[in-house]
Design a protein around this ligand. Sequence first.
Ligand SMILES: *Cc1c(COP(=O)(O)O)cnc(C)c1O
Ligand SMILES: [Zn+2]
Length: 369
Amino acid sequence: MKYVCKKCENIYAPNPEVIKCECGGALWLDYEGKLKKSDIHQNDFTMWRYSAAYPVKREDVKISFGEGLTPFSTIDYKEYEIIVKQDNLMPTGSFKDRGVAMVTNYLNNLGVTKFTEDSSGNGGSAFAGYCALGRIDCKIFVPAGTSEGKIAQMKVYGANLVEVEGTRAHVASEAMKSIDGSIYVGHNWHPFFVHGVKSVAYEMWEQNGFKAPDNVICVAGNGSMIIGVYLGFKELLDSDEIDRMPKIYGIQADNYNTLYREFVGDDIEFKPLPTIAEGISIYKSTKHEEVVEFVKKTKGKFISVTEDEIKNALLEIGEKGFYIEPTSAAAFAGLNRLIDEKIIDKSEQTAIIISGNGLKATDKIMKLL
Ligand SMILES: *Cc1c(COP(=O)(O)O)cnc(C)c1O
Ligand SMILES: [Zn+2]
């Protein structure tokens, strides 16, 4: 295995100290998983049942909550049948656990005992939880003003928190600077992270009767969920387990919509404004070009939604029994647009991923009521 930069084609040997390319580009793991139905470990009821397609194999997994296999259930939604992938029910309450489980096990097996992460909340909660389970020392840089639910969660797990004023990018650069003997594991950079997120694609495929849905709706900040969904289904396509890719719809908030702007050809220099969707307040993805390209390849789209649309979507889906994070509600605001603008059809199968649990953002949700 090796790390590759898609910008300058530099190659690196995987090493815990190497997190990004000298040119500033993101590194990708040069690894293509293959997965056949017959490769599934039938008695393993976690994301590791698809371990044949992962760079860390299930026999090497030492730190696990038994993550994965979240419910995938069909609901009536505005005269459509929508399938809801409930990653709000992951062990620390967000889909980030998929990627963090992969990164943590990879590094733990190499003997790394101190992690430094930066996060707007859920990446940090996930690393804090897995580090608590694996008795790894964990330091997390968070933007000032992060939801109290996530801060409380990280503190209870015993992580060492550093609140930083300024933009999300500034928080990341502070984290990278202060690596006093610890390894920077930033989930937006670590090449193993997206290989854990891929599991959500395999699960949807299996839970859907070994078929790809026609459409998959993902909220998009750094775009790791989009990348995971893309890579997972692409590997299934290359393994002849599905015959076409689902269209991927990436949903962003108007106040932070660089991927959308790139997709529609608008200027990507703009002044971001605060958004209630804190998990996607990322000015520019570390894998900006690639995320846009992946969505285009599936013939999907990016959609950008207003703060009001996000708030309304949160309350609307709440009335159907799903208590979700405002960040995740952006996906439903996008679904509303896809329906209103007749971009998706009732005859198609549409899946939507709930990325995070509402209980993490109680303070923000209270203000909506
Ligand atoms: C991190 C996060 C996102 C955004 O995911 P990306 O992979 O950065 O696009 C969406 N929702 C929640 C709840 C998150 O924690
Ligand atoms: Zn490079």
